[in-house]
Design a protein around this ligand. Structure first.
Ligand code: F6P
Length: 358
């Protein structure tokens, strides 16, 4: 049995991408008499431009623990895929031509929601596509976890732990901005793991007065410090009613481009405590994958190889319960998995006395 496999990583990087690439490749080399793997450079950009390398088996060794992606990545927004831009390139036509020209049996795409939408588009266009869900945001519908998420939870938790000790020493209110524009999973998990007092998520619009009350209550108690974990995409009740562009303009006009700085300033004024903002930013996406993510990436990669063996295309790999399964791309692509305000984890946090500022 011979398989010629194209593989690419698209969208924001995360730890575990190389482990997943390795999982696909090692399992494929074991499964098929002849395996050829073509690596596209920088995500869909490489597929559009035909920018690729014929990979050697040795390139998949020694990458299990390596952060980032050996293939490179880029963001080619799904909304522009069918748009002919200034370069006059018909992106969908070019991707199909590259695939045909290279005589691929299938294409494996590692990515988040945007990547899955394009993967589904290519599948509808007749290409044999298999998706693998990666993102530190964990916002891909149909899978309990995407790889990269748990590593980011570990990193963000470590940040909160470190801030905790200095916050306690100085009796300060520390506002820690966690990645996640639309989904608050990373804030929710790392905030719980780090023992934050306030969790602010994009899905639960906040009232700054409510957060101030929680901080004031702690300031009056023996615990003079407070830890607030806020998702980068969090918004107050007024902003939640605005369209995205309007919200961006409003933020620029108020002089703040990030949520944590604004919140720290507002809390200092409202409560009279010393509030500081901390933004770990892309650190949350960097470095070696955790043991959990190494295992999950490997599980997902091997599952993808079995789908290639069985010629089961048009699917994306997922974790449900403790089982690795696959969902139809057309069923899940483009559906973001957000934190429901009624989620059991939110409820649990409220039982712990954590406030969401709502
Ligand atoms: O999707 C992962 C993510 O890290 C989000 O949490 C964040 O909003 C976004 O990517 C940042 O993207 P970029 O690295 O392109 O600025």
């Amino acid at each position: 049995m011979k398989r010629r496999i194209g593989i690419l990583t698209a969208g924001g990087d995360c730890p575990g991408l190389n482990a997943a690439i390795r999982g696909v490749a090692k399992a494929a080399y074991e499964m098929f008499d002849e395996t050829e793997i073509v690596g596209f450079h920088d995500g869909y950009r490489g597929l559009i431009d035909g920018d690729m390398s014929e990979m050697k088996r040795s390139q998949f060794s020694g990458i299990l623990t390596l952060g980032g992606t050996i293939l490179g990545t880029s963001r080619t927004p799904f909304r522009n895929m069918r748009v002919i831009e200034d370069d006059n390139v018909d992106k969908v036509k070019s991707m199909k031509e590259t695939y045909e020209k290279l005589k691929l049996d299938c294409l494996v795409t590692l990515g988040g929601n945007g990547t899955h939408k394009t993967a589904n588009l290519l599948s509808e266009e007749g290409l044999n596509v298999i998706g693998l869900p990666k993102t530190i945001d964990n916002d891909i519908y149909g899978t309990d976890f995407a790889f990269g998420f748990h590593t980011a939870v570990d990193i963000a938790t470590d940040v909160i732990d470190r801030i905790h000790t200095t916050a306690a020493s100085h009796g300060r209110c520390m506002v820690i901005e966690i990645m996640g524009n639309k989904a608050g999973w990373l804030t929710l998990y790392s905030g719980l793991a780090g023992g934050a007092d306030v969790l602010v998520l994009p899905e639960i619009p906040y009232d700054i007065e409510k957060i101030a009350e929680a901080v004031e209550k702690r300031a009056r108690s023996k615990k003079a410090f407070s830890i607030i974990a806020v998702a980068e995409g969090a918004m107050d009740r007024k902003e939640a009613k605005m369209k995205r562009k309007e919200r961006e303009t409003y933020r620029l006009e108020t002089g703040f481009t990030n949520i944590s700085t604004r919140m720290a300033k507002e809390l200092s004024a409202l409560v009279g405590v010393e509030a500081r903002a901390v933004i770990p930013g892309h650190m949350q996406r960097g470095g070696s994958p955790s043991a959990y993510d190494r295992v999950l990436s490997t599980q997902f990669g091997v599952h993808a190889a079995t789908l290639i063996r069985d010629k089961t295309y048009g699917y994306t790999v997922a974790l449900q319960g403790n089982q690795v399964v696959h969902n139809k791309l057309s069923d899940v692509a483009g559906i973001p998995k957000l934190v429901s305000p009624d989620d059991q984890m939110v409820d649990l946090a409220r039982h712990m006395g954590i406030t969401f500022g709502d």
